[in-house]
Write a protein that binds this ligand. Structure first.
Ligand SMILES: *Cc1c(COP(=O)(O)O)cnc(C)c1O
Length: 235
């Protein structure tokens, strides 16, 4: 067994234990393997360990991997910051995008989604910590943006995503993740049908699952530590 397969098993065991502790079914939490900065070979190794969904943050790097691994039936999620100049590459090559936080970007993604492909699955990124430097829509503005995105034909709004502030302790993490869950519950009470909470990474997936995460985005616990110049949760 490769190191990546062993790490995958360990992460799956953590997910199952956290789900059980929260009284949830382990299958209610999907694992997204964050392969940014790692070569196609690492993705191939994870795929042979049964992992099919991968998260990428850097468009050019991702497109090369998607191209070289076509045929493996992988599902690609764009989790990086989204600027206008990247929307076309994302709309044409990914299944999901987790970082939508403004109307202009959503409208471009919808218009650029090829008609022959199913709608792009979208999570809105919410800035629950209120840090000025962070991407994400403010909690008070989520509902307005959600209604706009839900009406775009090339997109299917699935839910919400967040990245808490670095260095938060377990109590604060629970509170941030709980805020995201409450927002999703609120949107559903307003008639939306959203099923996805994308929250939790290598160091905080337990807190996220305790608060209802349905997708955890895990990189270093599967592939190893990334080179130092790569910023965690790069924005
Ligand atoms: C890099 C990244 C992750 C994975 O982080 P790890 O700490 O390596 O698990 C998750 N989400 C986003 C948005 C990222 O950029």
């Amino acid at each position: 067994m490769t190191i990546i397969s062993a790490n995958l098993q360990a992460v799956r065991a953590r997910i199952a234990a956290a789900a059980k502790a929260a009284g949830r079914a382990p299958e209610s939490v999907r694992l997204l393997a964050v392969s940014k900065t790692w070569p196609a070979l690492s993705v191939r190794e994870a795929a042979s360990g049964g992992q099919l969904a991968f998260g990428e943050s850097y468009l050019q790097e991702a497109l090369a991997k998607i191209d070289s691994l076509a045929g493996l039936g992988l599902e690609w999620h764009f989790i990086g910051p989204l600027q206008s100049n990247k929307t076309q590459g994302v709309a044409e090559n990914f299944h999901w995008v987790h970082g939508v936080d403004r109307e202009k970007i959503a409208a471009r993604l919808s218009a650029q989604r090829p008609a022959a492909m199913p709608p792009l699955q979208v999570c809105l990124q919410v800035n629950v910590s209120g840090e000025k430097s962070k991407s994400g829509v403010a909690p008070e503005q989520v509902e307005v943006l959600a209604r706009i995105v839900a009406a775009l034909p090339g997109l299917q709004l699935r839910g919400l995503m967040t990245i808490p502030e670095a260095g938060a302790d377990s109590t604060l993490l629970r509170s941030r993740f709980g805020t995201l869950r409450d927002l999703l519950v609120h949107l559903n009470s307003q008639g939306m049908v959203l099923d996805t909470l994308s929250m939790g990474m290598s160091d905080d997936l337990e807190e996220a699952i305790a608060e209802g995460a349905t997708i955890v985005r895990v990189g270093s616990a599967i592939f190893g530590e990334r080179p130092k110049h790569e910023l965690k949760g790069a924005s």
